[in-house]
Design a protein around this ligand. Structure first.
Ligand SMILES: NC(=O)c1ccc[n+]([C@@H]2O[C@H](COP(=O)([O-])OP(=O)(O)OC[C@H]3O[C@@H](n4cnc5c(N)ncnc54)[C@H](O)[C@@H]3O)[C@@H](O)[C@H]2O)c1
Length: 356
């Protein structure tokens, strides 16, 4: 008789920040069965009614930890940090200081310097941590990447992301580059198979806020593919589209609907390299894939719990990858301000880039 693997014990989990994002994390922490609920923190209380037991809503992290300390086994083992970006470091430092493993919403922190400070503190505390670049858990993007890695479209020529829509007025602390484009700056290298080598950017400030509300980025990856990223808070409709163009065709993901479509080249281009002649492509077959659509935030939570349980290949976004996205956002803003192309190897203080 073969032994069944022991079911994993749910981890005790807390959510810090009960806003637009935190309320979704709160729902999963209470209902998914992956965790038991240790409490929530928000100085504004539970505005969205996201927590079933009001006695588990605390105004500060220290109040959560104090209350937990009263019951020996009530201290959270993991916490998700979903406070405004500029508050990430302070909240995460308090949690890791108490030995709590942290899943930090993207972007990791507001600057590369603050991100490095946080990473050093997490390493010193010896806890597990990951960054919530949840787009990597989107079923359409996971499948797109799997197919690209399986060589379905041949060598990658270009990665294009588009993330446009109206302004969510709750965002006060950062512009569209740090708030939204960090998704894309993380994705282009993850999907394109190599890190960003150079980039140039243009921004616009149309809403009278101190921060930019539109950014266009054009760049190149180490592997030779180019990329473009268009992000704004100025468009009257929401579009979330990622396109990966290869020598044999193009994969297009719509991350709002989690749809993935493959457009094959009409002509077989296997002799492309041999002939060194660009013959162009014609339209071939189009296939829309039926995907199983698991909730990305739940996939992310399960991966983080697996990491905390010691699974070496849990599939989380690492702190170094989170830092790389923040460094890219910083480079985008520098490029937009100076009008210069930024070379990433020069742009990083330590000259290292995350290996994907
Ligand atoms: N992964 C994604 O797709 C995604 C999407 C949206 C937002 N985010 C990220 O999530 C974070 C939160 O964004 P949001 O849209 O939910 O913002 P939000 O303004 O809706 O919510 C933030 C909440 O944090 C609370 N808060 C502020 N300071 C706090 C503190 N010190 N301790 C506890 N709570 C505190 C606020 O009262 C508010 O309720 C940001 O970093 C953002 O970039 C990620």
């Amino acid at each position: 008789m073969s032994a069944e693997p022991a079911p994993s014990r749910p981890l005790r989990a807390a959510i810090v920040g009960l806003g637009m994002m935190g309320r979704h994390h709160a729902r999963l922490l209470q209902t998914s069965g992956v965790t038991t609920f240790a409490g929530a923190v928000d100085p504004g209380g539970d505005r969205f009614g996201a927590v079933g037991d009001p006695s588990l809503v605390f105004p500060t992290v220290s109040a959560l930890l104090d209350a937990s300390a009263r019951g020996a086994d009530a201290l959270p083992e993991i916490a998700i940090v979903a406070v405004p970006t500029e508050e990430h470091v302070a909240a995460a430092l308090e949690l890791v200081g108490a030995g709590v493993h942290v899943l930090i919403e993207k972007p990791l922190a507001e600057t590369p310097e603050r991100s490095r400070e946080l990473i050093a503190a997490i390493r010193a505390a010896g806890v597990h941590a990951a960054v919530g670049h949840v787009e990597r858990c989107n079923p359409a993007l996971l499948e797109l990447r799997r197919r690209a890695q399986d060589d379905q479209i041949g060598r990658i020529i270009h990665v294009a992301t588009e993330r446009i829509g109206p302004f969510p007025s709750r965002i006060r602390d950062v512009g569209v580059v740090k708030d939204l484009a960090t998704h894309d700056l993380d994705l282009v290298g993850w999907l394109g198979g190599s890190a960003v080598e150079t980039l140039a950017a243009q921004t616009q400030h149309r809403m009278g806020r101190p921060h930019e509300d539109l950014v266009n980025v054009v760049g190149r990856l180490d592997g030779g593919a180019t990329f473009t990223t268009m992000v704004d808070w100025l468009s009257p409709t929401k579009v979330r589209r990622t396109r990966v163009l290869g020598e044999r065709g193009m994969l297009v993901a719509d991350t709002l609907t989690a749809d993935l479509t493959f457009y094959a080249n009409g002509e077989v281009s296997s002799e492309w390299d041999a002939s060194r002649t660009l013959r162009g492509v014609s339209e071939g077959d189009m296939t829309r894939y039926a995907l199983s659509r698991r909730e990305p935030l739940l996939v992310e939570l399960e991966a983080f719990c697996a990491l905390v349980r010691g699974e070496p290949d849990a599939g989380v976004v690492t702190l170094e990858e989170g830092l790389a996205a923040v460094e890219l956002a910083d480079a985008v803003l520098r490029s937009a301000a100076s009008g210069e192309t930024v070379r990433m190897a020069d742009g990083n203080a330590d000259g290292e880039r995350a290996v994907r």
